[in-house]
Design a protein. Sequence first.
Length: 418
Amino acid sequence: MRIQYTASAAAHSGGAEEHVNDPLVHPSERTLGAVTLVLGILAWIVIVVGTVGIALVYLLLGFLFYLFAHSALISWLRGNGVLISAQQLPDLRDRFDACCAKLGLERDKPEAYLLQGGGALNAFATRFLGRDYVVLLSDVVDAMGEHPDGVGFYIGHELGHVRRKHLTGKLWRAPVLWLPLLGAAYSRAKESTCDRHGRACCESAESAARAMVALAAGSERWRAVDLAAYEAQAGLARGFWMSYHELTSGYPWLTKRVARVLRPDVEPPRRNAFAYLFALFTPYVGRGGGAVGILVVLALVAVLVGVALPAYRDYEAKARLSLAYQSSEVARRGLAAYYVEHKDVPASLEAAGIPATLADGSQLTLESDTMTLTVDTPNGQLVFTPDENPDGTVRWHCTRGAGVRAAQLPSACQDGER
């Protein structure tokens, strides 16, 4: 059965993007969107907990960087682009409003602008501080001068990103969008969904397909392309290399996109099975979410490494200092026994019959005035200060000396008096 890309198809969804019967949403997007969202949130929890909250500081810094960088784009767009309105570009505004109506976006229309494209045939959607923007590049509008219905495809495609909230879910999914196969598949599913939205804003499938062919054939030669032949060209995607590069890309091949718009009920050509094996070891580094995802992950990995290495060094130092603490127990007992017996501090360790070197190689130093015992280890010093109990016995206070950080102090020292 063909999917009917009609105004009622979108309207009956009531603007509920997650409606399972919405014909404008590619089925794979729902599944992959749910999987990436759940995995992304779990990854964020692990990252935040694993970095003891330090990742939140980097996220805040990243947000501030994004805020200033993206504000430059929006300011440049508003200051130099042409706002598509009834006064300035009424033909484009009428088509934009009609497409919003078909997609159920009458109440939440994005701002729409026309921008000089410098030869690029494209359009894009973006979001800044809760407001959505759709931008049409002048070259694609000019290319559709003899095919005005084709402009509806570009408008609808970008509105699809807005309607499906593709512009708001990137952050939650960012830690997992770089994953092989998964991130690219989710990106391709989103593009297929937006192609359906673009088709819904055209009067016919052929109009939408003609508009898409311009992306391949250019602003002039698209008129001469045979759509049936171009659709049949999708069969070339069965080979290993084409399958591999599509599996690692955020966009389906344009031949497949055209074929799906013309005949949405036809199964696409199967990909080469070996391509999946190789793609499984290739992180997604495509445009948009994949690129942002891998940059975020690399940054967070750097944070994790920066936190983990010092933590490991602290753990290693603490283990060695704990061994020194235990090894010096015999020396402390010997000094305490000497003091109880002679009611005086020994002149030296030798006088108390205590060796100056412990079994682990640590060196002992005694201050004869206070009987303070210092244990010198390769990881710093432990200092034991004596105190006389009312019954004449000796108790020791353990503190950290030179070269020992608080995180490296053995738990026995942290417990206080010993």
